[in-house]
Design a protein around this ligand. Structure first.
Ligand code: IMP
Ligand code: MG
Length: 198
């Protein structure tokens, strides 16, 4: 015990990431049982249709892996990578697509998966871009939906949890690329988030 205290004092051992959280919102078991329900809804809806899932990396990585393993339908999976935050906690509004070619979605039934719907910029930009590639249908599934007025209107067809307008991390969600590996979702302590100066 004393050794641990000295190691902490000397900066050799970092305190747990959970110390940076104000509170835990959803434990892993809660998330997984909600995913059981979402997966059942999605499986019912797409049982007679060929499904193409497009997951938005990196945030939806855990969500995608746990949700898709609960959907017992034939489906294809593509991932998109976009950036809009540039290391801050507020969106810049500009969405940058990191890949050169978009997945082939002509005539496909598309389900877009993302970690969180916040300002709506990211999902609106992705939806607009995919629509130009003439899919048969596009639906949106997010793990978290922030209750707020959005800059861009986006309807999420499937939502894991409705949350207040607070900055959350864990289970794939990051702050400056940290915390993605927390197995649960929590609210980041406000003093850790630099003011944007806006
Ligand atoms: P939007 O474009 O503002 O809707 O933001 C979508 C993206 O911003 C998400 O895919 C996340 O990567 C990120 N984001 C928005 N809110 C949060 C949050 O509370 N925690 C972590 N990332 C967030
Ligand atoms: Mg992010």
């Amino acid at each position: 015990m004393l050794e641990l205290i000295f190691a902490l004092r000397d900066g050799l051992v970092k305190p747990g990431m959970q110390d940076d959280l104000e509170r835990i919102l959803y434990h892993e078991t809660t998330i997984l049982s909600r995913l059981d329900q979402l997966a059942a809804e999605i499986s019912k809806e797409y049982r007679d249709r060929e499904l193409t899932v497009i997951a938005v990396l990196n945030g939806s990585l855990m969500f995608m892996a746990d949700l898709l393993r609960r959907i017992p339908l034939p489906l294809t999976l593509d991932c998109l990578s976009v950036a809009s935050y540039h290391g801050r906690a507020e969106t810049s509004g500009e969405v940058i697509f990191k890949q050169v070619a978009l997945p082939d979605v002509v005539n496909r039934h598309i389900l877009i998966l993302d970690d969180i719907l916040d300002s709506g910029h990211t999902l609106a930009a992705i939806r607009d871009k995919l629509e130009t590639a003439k899919p048969r249908s596009i639906k949106v599934c997010v793990l978290l939906n922030k209750k707020k007025t959005r800059a861009r209107h986006v309807d999420a067809d499937y939502v894991g949890f409705e949350i207040e307008d607070e900055f959350v991390v864990g289970y794939g969600l990051d702050f400056m690329e940290q915390y993605r590996n927390l197995p649960y979702i929590g609210v980041l302590r406000k003093e850790l988030i630099p003011k944007s100066g806006k």
